[in-house]
Unconditional design. Sequence first.
Length: 469
Amino acid sequence: MHLTISSAALTPSARSLDVDSGFEFPSDFQTDRRDSLIEIDRLMASVGLTSSDKHIAVAVSGGSDSMALALLAGEWGRTQGVRVTALTVDHGLRAESSAEARQVGDWLANYGVAHYVLRWQGDKPATGVQAAARDARYGLMTDWCRANGVAKLLLAHQLEDQAETFLFRLARGSGPDGLACMMPVVRRGGVILVRPLLNVARQELRQYLTDRGQDWIDDPSNEDPAFTRTGLGRLSRNLSNHGVPPERLAALAESFARVRLATDQVVTAAMDRFVTVYPAGYATCSPKTFERLPREVGRALLRRLLRLIGGKAYAASNTKLDRAMVKLRRSASCRGLTLGGCVVQPGPSGVLIYREAPTSASETITIGREMIWHGVFRCRLTGAAIANNTPPVVRALGEAGWREIVKVAPALRLSDVPYPVRLTLPALSISGTICAVPHLDFAENPDKGGSPEAFKPNFEANFVNLEDR
């Protein structure tokens, strides 16, 4: 079946994924914003989905947007021979959430769409609930995708969501990068997030469901005035009544996206020329880098480095980045600074950027299953024989760990990895004993996973959330 939706066109090719992410929007994607008709095949192709994507996932809360996307994806998947799995996260924040998740599964079963419920376990925060729930939702779904070999996860953000995001960023004082808002294709947690509906209006999606006799679930929290998004939705509707519809705000985001893409291209060139990134997850750059580059380019470069090394979704505000730039341009008097989860340390031979020493406890690693450690390392443990069923854990080496391994291997003192970086490296520990620190070529107790091939933590930039700036 080919579904035709009349709507503003999807985002043009200039809104491709950040140039450092390794994924680009199809170069031939150009549609007329004013009067195009979008077929479902075109909708999916516009965000790089093809029949070669053998298995994709779609996030489904049960609301109208995500229900429509799940059904659209299911229709497309059947015609393309692509397996589609729907994922619903039960946050447990409302008494009826579990029943709603089951209802979503029952609905989707009628369309032959596989469905899994992922539950947010543990204590819930007293404040910042929406942000924490969003992070938990992304974490659970990207974990599922990686564990099941699914490279792409579809999200149902649509036109009004984009308009509200623009207003939110505007109120927060975001610069051009932030005002580019949500991108149609990004990476997070090693998974490609795809938003094929960004310029499709909610009413059109609801009409699609109505035409099929399909109901949806309205989340009462969407109307809770305690949440910022609720007020922004009302503001967007008021602006529309005064001649500023969501389409116009989305068009502004489009313009800023073009600026962002151009800046990203310049930053990539600056990275190639001035910066060296090391497999141990740190970077160095020329001492004059931030003096030579224009302010906007230097700020964007610093932001990218902080997110690349620190692995945080948000590097720092423009104000903090500008203050850091001033200090770095006076490198002779700058003793170093901490920003975005990183330490930026100028020196006579260059600027060293490395992660702050993690303060979190050890994380258990499951044999044969991949984990993402601190947002930047893809870790896998294979073939370890665990005595007494003691689970292996990954933790930052730290000063105590460094003292432990250097007693066993004194030659480690000659490592090329800078000393402060060594303390932040992922170390495999079993029963309280460090078995492996691969980035220092340290391996002990092969029967416990301390062989060079058993524990592999690979530093990869693609794990950082490249979307929100």
